[in-house]
Design a binder for this molecule. Structure first.
Ligand SMILES: C[S@@+](CC[C@H](N)C(=O)[O-])C[C@H]1O[C@@H](n2cnc3c(N)ncnc32)[C@H](O)[C@@H]1O
Length: 407
């Protein structure tokens, strides 16, 4: 049992963070899911549905406990987690030597082989490890030296596409070393070609927006400015109950010495059994650019949901509601490429279209330009702060009933 050793991890209780020695066992591990700011409650809800226990939300992360089965299931099933970390050691390090020695004490043979390629992610705050690259370098040296001394070979570093990722988080002298059980970001579902689309949202953010909207697939969902189709595809995956992990073939935990392939197959088959294909498309995606629609359709095909999305190349302004009620989740341009007055006109036309063509719907609009968003001219019933990459945005909710127009 590879987790059976006493380690010290940070555990977060409702009354605050404290240090507590605890036993990591394959029965129950303390785990941590990372996410994008603002999506923590949605992720906590997902984790709970996937069998996680003792769930506590933090800043851009959710802590929880679970056994090996839960670890596999949350990696495959979470739509709003970026990665799942397994903390394996917490220690004090005042200098390079202390950091190196503490990292070396962890038995990395449990989590990777000398043939695995490796990358270290370091997040550091304050002295003496203010330089995160320095901390990453020391951590990496301690790991590869351990393998070289034990096996005579050392893992190669691959910063782009490593088999195994190690995460070191240091605030002042307090360090937490975690094994990244996911490997490549869980946001990379694999259906989108990188570099495609005008300003594509991350899959995690798109799924998070749909989940925040509360849409459950019963009524139509419209993305009137779909770009590469991320919101529409994530919505179709949610409606079809297709777990993101069913689109992905590889996780870092598959390099763990205690990998239970039978258990993993069982988790995968369980998730497959949940797939429910909607009788007819409930997701509608438009874009003014025919090229974007083609790209979105190709992405949807790769995700296996092209038949569940009705794509149309048309301006949102010319679209009609595909039902009496439903949900709009949309990510219009923020203005990087548009002149300010063109952008304000666009948002004003969005407001008119919502008011005239979508009465009975609830709209959720993600924007990084609050000035332009004022031109929508509708009362917001909720504002949620989210980040699209480094850009601070608001997800604005509008209830489109008669008389919702401002002044
Ligand atoms: C920020 S991008 C959307 C990115 C998308 N969420 C994704 O993940 O790829 C905005 C999109 O709005 C489209 N667009 C701009 N004006 C439009 C209009 N009036 N009607 C429909 N689409 C429009 C652009 O072609 C662009 O694809």
């Amino acid at each position: 049992m590879i987790y059976e050793k006493t380690i010290t991890v940070i555990d977060a209780a409702c009354r605050g963070y404290y240090l507590e020695p605890m036993k990591q066992s394959s029965q129950s591990m303390s785990l941590l899911a990372k996410t994008s700011s603002g999506l923590e409650p949605v992720l906590a809800d997902e984790l709970q549905r996937l069998g996680a226990e003792e769930i506590v939300t933090g800043k851009r992360l959710v802590r929880f406990r679970g056994d090996r089965e839960t670890l596999y299931r949350v990696n495959l099933g979470c739509r709003t987690a970026i990665r799942i970390l397994l903390p394996v050691s917490q220690f004090h390090a005042r200098n390079r030597r202390e950091l190196y020695n503490a990292v070396r004490r962890v038995d990395f043979g449990q989590y990777m082989s000398p043939k695995s390629t490796l990358a270290v992610d370091a997040i550091t705050f304050g002295e003496p490890f203010a330089n995160s690259l320095f901390a990453a370098q020391i951590t990496k040296d301690a790991i590869v030296d351990q393998f070289r001394d034990k096996h005579g070979v050392r893992p190669d570093v691959d910063l782009k596409n490593p088999d195994s990722r190690i995460n070191i988080h240091i605030t002042g002298h307090e360090a937490t070393l975690s094994i990244d059980t996911s490997g490549e970001s869980l946001s990379h579902r694999g259906y989108r070609t990188r570099g495609g689309g005008k300003a594509p949202l991350s899959e995690v953010l798109a799924a998070g927006m749909v989940l925040l909207s509360g849409w459950n697939g019963d009524k139509p969902l419209v993305d009137g400015m779909c770009g590469s189709g991320t919101i529409a595809i994530e919505a179709a995956l949610i409606a079809s109950r297709i777990a993101p992990g069913l689109l992905r073939s590889h996780y870092a935990f598959e390099h763990f010495a205690d990998l239970d392939t039978e258990l993993l197959d069982r988790v995968r088959n369980e998730l497959k059994a949940r797939v429910t294909i909607p009788a007819q498309p409930t997701v509608f995606a438009f874009d003014i650019s025919g090229k974007q629609v083609e790209l979105a359709r190709a992405n949807a095909r790769r995700a296996g949901v092209a038949e569940h999305i009705a794509f149309t190349a048309q301006p949102f302004e010319q679209s009609q509601a595909p039902g009496e009620s439903g949900t709009i989740v949309m990510n219009p341009p923020y203005g990087e490429r548009l002149k300010p007055h063109d952008l304000e006109d666009l948002y004003s036309r969005i407001g008119d279209t919502l008011k005239q063509n979508y009465q009975g719907f609830t709209a959720w609009i993600l924007t990084g330009n609050l000035q332009a968003a004022k031109r929508i001219g509708l009362k917001t019933s909720r504002k949620i702060k989210l980040y699209n990459g480094p850009t601070e945005c608001r997800l604005l909710k509008f209830e489109l009933y008669q008389g919702s127009r401002k002044g």
